[in-house]
Design a protein. Structure first.
Length: 157
């Protein structure tokens, strides 16, 4: 079975690597110290501090494994300068035809998506629908609310 690749920018890759280093050094030592301190309280069978510290350790190791997996399977997508066609890293201004409203999005990899601030994944229906298009194109996207229509007004990198 092929490993899943995670598309992300160099910046996001570096953020994850920095966070992983912090978790494996500083945070791991802090949790180990919490466990050591909780053990000093005596009977582990009724020691809530020990249970909490062990739970925290489990969460930490899970996060470390998740970040390692992301980094090992990262597909770094360099911002391309492919003229005006839309790709990862593009900032796209579109006109929502139904509501006559201009909206700006940035196309990003799935690990960086945050629709609340206009960062949409290239794997999302809208992101997929925009890929490769240029200003002036009209695209139609199937969404849970029905078909949406957008006119691409501007593309920048």
């Amino acid at each position: 079975m092929a490993e899943t690749k995670y598309k992300m920018s160099r910046e996001r890759y570096d953020e994850i690597a920095k966070e992983l280093e912090y978790l494996q050094t500083v945070r791991e030592r802090e949790v180990a110290e919490q466990i050591k301190e909780a053990r000093s309280y005596g009977d582990l069978s009724e020691n809530s501090e020990y249970d909490e510290a062990k739970t925290e350790q489990g969460k930490l190791y899970s996060k470390i494994a998740e970040y390692k997996n992301l980094l090992e399977n990262a597909d770094i997508v360099e911002k391309s300068a492919r003229g005006t066609s839309i790709g990862i890293g593009s900032r796209v201004t579109v006109l929502d035809v139904e509501f006559d409203e201009e909206i700006e999005y940035q196309i990003v990899g799935s690990q960086e998506a945050n629709p609340a601030i206009g960062r949409i994944s290239d794997d999302s229906p809208l992101g997929r629908g925009m890929m490769g298009h240029t200003p002036g194109d009209v695209i139609r996207v199937e969404a849970p609310a029905g078909e949406l229509e957008f006119k691409i007004l501007k593309v920048t990198y």
